[in-house]
Design a protein around this ligand. Sequence first.
Ligand code: DHB
Ligand code: FE
Length: 284
Amino acid sequence: MTSQLSEHDARAADSGANATRHFAQKVQAANAVDTARVSAIAAEALAALHQVIRKHQLSYAEYDAVKAWMIRVGQDGEWPLFLDVFVEHVVEQVANESRQGSKGSIEGPYYIPGAPVIGATGALPMRPAEEGTPLLFHGQVTGVSGDPIDGATLELWQADNAGFYSQFAPGLPEWNLRGTLVTGADGRFSVRTIRPAPYQIPHDGATGKLIELAGWHAWRPAHMHLKVSAAGHQLVTTQLYFPGDPHNGDDIASAVKPELMLDPKPAPFGDGVEVTYDFALDPA
Ligand code: DHB
Ligand code: FE
């Protein structure tokens, strides 16, 4: 990179590399290997790639450019970022196809387990003068039959008003805008936060280079991330979106679904907004 990185770009670059560190810390289950399945998937993935090479008559110069780019994705620590943006949405679709309850969406690279517990009502941890539109978010967690779930857990994480996630972009307090809600007997929760900003995936590394050379953009619409779970029920990982965002229709991560659109109303306080969203969890 010859040009000076802006402060924004420098923080975005850190986010990509930190996502690799966090992913490496995730405990990987030691599954028994199904050799036939590995063989089928690897062979078909490679055959799909061979087909693209033939169709577009890839030159040696282009082959070398692709090799150099893949090496750089790894050096920049951007494989989690790249895969979650361009591949995860299909894995999510396959995983959640048969659910009756709330729709899922991609997890993305910025989830951290163990965010501070808030209870059924409260506020996400935030700085004393956290910038952004105040947002009151409430709703109810039920089973698919509509019965309220006592003790359901909602883990919430979101970007701040500048589009940065705590623990990934430097300079933010630990757990900023991350929290764990636990419903009471009525299944209800209520949390104060701020409206997240539209978010550009870090675009100063190898992923950004691809986006630039392909003439794409790096935007995800503003969103809140959630994991909702309860004993005897399937956990759902999802995201919620705000109507009117210019990138709801062309999310770089292809993770928007009409069922995940919020309906903000003016809040009964100050200049904020209020949203209600209810979750229905499938039985385990
Ligand atoms: C990425 C970031 C997100 O916040 C998200 O929801 C999905 C993907 C990313 O940078 O890869
Ligand atoms: Fe996100």
